[in-house]
Design a protein around this ligand. Structure first.
Ligand code: GDP
Ligand code: IMO
Ligand code: MG
Length: 429
């Protein structure tokens, strides 16, 4: 099988966008299968920077981009992003972007509810991106969502709006937030219809044809395993399944079509938003990682929390996410640190565990168990072959492989597209 899926193996922002862009040179189609514009993927190509949220990263290479049914689609965000890329000289239109007609839409009432709920949670807030992702997935599962294909049927939109408003206005009122009027929402959707429908199609048919024609498909995950709604640090997670298995359900292909699964992990750890983070550093080293790694959220601009590499967590993500090979990114950020630490397990209420427990209090109580390693004095920044890496950096990589129980198949040594080392071709199957 010559397809590849890329998923995050930590808490997001591992550099999936860069890796997908690099791999896209070898693929014909790039598919997003979950999440929405809560994702922020930064690509640096020859000094040009592209920031993508909803569009598959392969679009920058001129590849066919597909937004699968598993994505929650904010029409304004989509059209805005298309305009932004066009202004950067890229061609984006129905010829190179197809969207599953059964993808549910994010309406203005979703971010309103997302934010009202976060405000009501106060100190206990999830720290969402405020983009309406959770409420949109709730409506999908609640069988109320307006889907892209509905825009061709004004009667369907009208009836669904009645049901949605009955539900949402009651909640918004209860939270003391302004309610929504049907007429304005209906008119906005009808105005969007002719701009969106040219992109809509049953993408499963195209993916089925691609399979029969032997075309290479790259599945691009957003967020990461530790933000998975089932397997992550619940409730401090996003509202979709981020594991590789969801690439099938989220785009309309069988599980055997997913191919090789690559898990992307930084050589250290970051997290945006609230929730447990056992290896978080609140000291000068944490600040150094944040500054060197330019750890600010692409979507919200929030500073990312930083800490040591957590091998116990990535091992868990490898097993649950179906990861067959690791891509280690941002190795350069560790250049020159005299000592590195790797978390190999946790002490939880007197017990030693090699996994992060699921219960909230146990999760919050997890104390990392570290092993220390000597750092390297040379530079890995911009390295394009294994031979250029300091011996101690290679040792660090080897130790990570052992602990997470997966081989490192690629390395990234700067934000730039070509500062990448592939130890084997993931599309070789
Ligand atoms: P994604 O959400 O997983 O696609 O990751 P983001 O794009 O949100 O965050 C990763 C950030 O790190 C981006 O700003 C990238 O340009 C940058 N980046 C990716 N790989 C590397 C690397 O190997 N070294 C350094 N220094 N930066 C990198
Ligand atoms: P990419 O694809 C990092 C986090 C938010 C919050 C939680 C829930 O760039 O890796 P949501 O708005 O999804 O309901 O927020 O999930 N989060 C991300 N963190 N990278 C992302 O995407 C994220 N998408 C959501 O910060 O903690
Ligand atoms: Mg990101």
């Amino acid at each position: 099988m010559a397809n590849v899926a890329v998923i995050g193996a930590q808490w997001g922002d591992e550099g999936k966008g860069k890796v997908v862009d690099w791999l896209a040179s070898r693929a014909e189609i790039v598919v997003r299968f979950q999440g929405g514009h809560n994702a922020g993927h930064t690509l640096v190509v020859g000094g040009n920077t592209y920031k993508l949220s909803l569009l598959p990263s392969g679009i920058v290479r001129g590849k066919l981009g597909i937004i699968g049914n598993g994505v929650v689609l904010d029409p304004d965000a989509l059209l805005g992003e298309i305009e932004k890329l066009r202004a950067q000289g890229l061609e984006v239109g129905p010829h190179n972007l197809r969207i599953a007609e059964n993808a549910p839409l994010i309406l203005p009432l979703h971010p309103a509810l997302d934010r009202a709920r976060e405000a009501a949670r106060g100190e206990d807030k999830i720290g969402t991106t405020g983009r309406g992702i959770g409420p949109a997935y709730e409506d999908k599962v609640g069988r109320r969502a307006i889907r892209l294909c509905d825009l061709a049927e004004p009667e369907t939109v009208s009836a669904k709006l009645d049901e949605l408003l009955l539900h949402h206005n009651a909640l918004l009122r209860g939270l003391g937030a302004p309610v929504f009027e049907k007429a304005a929402l209906f008119e906005a959707l009808m105005a969007l219809a002719p701009r969106l429908l040219p992109y809509a199609e049953p993408v499963w048919e195209r993916l089925d044809a691609a399979r029969r024609e032997g075309r290479r498909v790259l599945f691009e995950g957003a967020q990461a395993v530790m933000l998975d709604v089932d397997h992550g640090t619940y409730p401090y997670v996003t509202s979709s399944n981020t594991v590789a298995g969801n690439a099938a359900a989220g785009s309309g292909v069988g599980p055997d079509a997913i191919g090789l699964v690559l898990g992307i992990a930084k050589a250290y750890t970051t997290r945006v938003g609230s929730g447990p983070f056992p290896t978080e550093l609140h000291d000068a080293t944490g600040r150094l990682l944040g500054e060197r790694g330019r750890e600010f959220g692409t979507v919200t601009g929030r500073p990312r929390r930083c800490g040591w590499f957590d091998a116990a967590m990535v091992r868990q993500a490898v097993k649950i996410g179906g990861v067959q090979g690791l891509v280690l990114t941002k190795l350069d950020v560790l250049d020159g640190l005299p000592e590195l630490k790797i978390c190999t397990g946790y002490r939880v209420n007197g017990e030693v565990l090699r996994r992060l427990p699921f219960a909230m209090r146990a999760q919050a109580a997890a104390e990392p168990i570290y092993e220390a390693m000597e750092g390297w004095s040379g530079s890995t920044r911009g390295a394009r072959s294994y031979a250029e890496l300091p011996a101690q950096a290679v040792k660090y990589i080897r130790r990570i492989e052992e602990l997470v129980e997966a081989p490192v198949m690629m390395l990234s040594t700067s934000p730039e597209r070509d500062d990448t080392i592939a130890l084997r071709d993931p599309f070789a199957g």
